[in-house]
Ligand binder design. Structure first.
Ligand code: ASP
Length: 311
């Protein structure tokens, strides 16, 4: 596998292989020198055209812990502000001969395009409402650490399914790992056919939330809404917000971040023993190390030059 664009590229075996490696990378953080030499002398470029805190910092840290050199570029403050196109930006960065480009972009399909314009391995760090495969991997990793395996786990994904790349990638990954997934949200935020497409049950209220082992809440993706999808955030929170009194003992709560406290999750739930949100953030580094390792270790620069010459 040269690029990671979508979770469907990895079957259950691929997910398990990457996450087993992530588990072994987990211990690097507790060493005195928090580094392994696997990618020494290789360059990883992070290119973010959308806001990010967790994804950009964990990819940067992951590359550094593998001893790679890292450049992180955000579109604002770069030549993108001066009108440079995505293609010209990639051509420019490709001149530095990166081993990998990690890209986030507001348009679905952008990572796939980038993969055509560079010799580097491309990792999709989120493209519009399409996919966010490393989020899905870190979510599965977090649940494997808590429950062992996901087979038979009942997982509810609640909120703005329509605009969420996390819902698409994470539901697909949970399903591949044997969990039974329910998508829950207001009908206006549930695209027709989404249940069949992702192999999930679809419901429009929280009445049966008590059956879930895992409640995965999503942020309202205002940046991708046209307006009018929900009457108001207060009304949304009243019907779909995950509050302490809607949870039963032993349920765990997840969220990809950033959380809008008081909207999709009550603040006290975020800070409660139900929450695995801190574990998700911590998992991000080891999982992204494992993804970089999967794509880059063992692939020499000369192989990439040969591949490009014969493509
Ligand atoms: N951080 C996740 C993403 O980039 C989730 C979110 O923004 O709500 O898709």
């Amino acid at each position: 596998m040269k690029h990671l664009i979508s979770i469907d590229q990895l079957g259950r075996n691929g997910i398990e292989r990457i996450l087993d490696r992530a588990a072994s990378f987990g211990s690097v953080a507790s060493r005195e020198v928090q580094k392994v030499p696997a990618l020494r002398g290789r360059l990883v470029v992070n290119l973010f055209y959308e806001s990010s805190t967790r994804t950009t910092s964990s990819f940067e840290l992951a590359a550094k812990r593998l001893s790679a050199d890292v450049i992180s570029i955000r579109s604002s403050g770069s030549s993108v502000d001066k009108g440079e196109s995505l293609k010209d930006t990639i051509t420019t960065l490709d001149a530095y001969e990166p081993a990998a480009i990690v890209v986030r972009h507001p348009r679905a399909g952008a990572a796939d395009l980038v993969a055509r314009w560079t010799r580097a391995a491309v990792i999709n760090a989120g493209d519009g409402a399409h996919a966010h495969p490393t989020q899905a991997l870190l979510d599965v990793h977090t649940l494997r650490q808590r429950f062992g395996e996901l087979d038979g786990l009942r997982i509810w994904i609640v909120g703005d399914i329509a605009h969420s790349r996390v819902a698409r990638s994470t539901a697909a990954a949970f399903g591949l790992m044997g969990a039974s997934v329910t998508l829950c949200g207001p009908p206006t935020l549930l695209p027709p056919g989404i249940g069949a497409a992702l192999g999930c049950r679809v419901v429009t209220n929280l009445a049966d939330l008590g059956e879930a082992d895992v409640v995965y809440a999503l942020r309202m993706q205002h940046e991708r809404m046209q307006g009018g999808d929900v009457p108001s955030l207060n009304e949304y929170a009243a019907l779909y917000g995950i509050t302490a009194d809607r949870l039963v003992a032993n349920q765990v709560v997840m969220h990809p971040g950033p959380v809008n406290r008081g909207v999709e999750l009550a603040g006290d739930v975020v800070d409660s023993a139900h929450s695995l949100i801190g574990e998700q953030v911590a998992a991000g580094v080891a999982v992204r190390m494992a993804v970089l390792y999967e794509l880059l270790a063992g692939v020499e620069k000369d192989d990439r030059v040969r591949e490009a010459a014969t493509a």
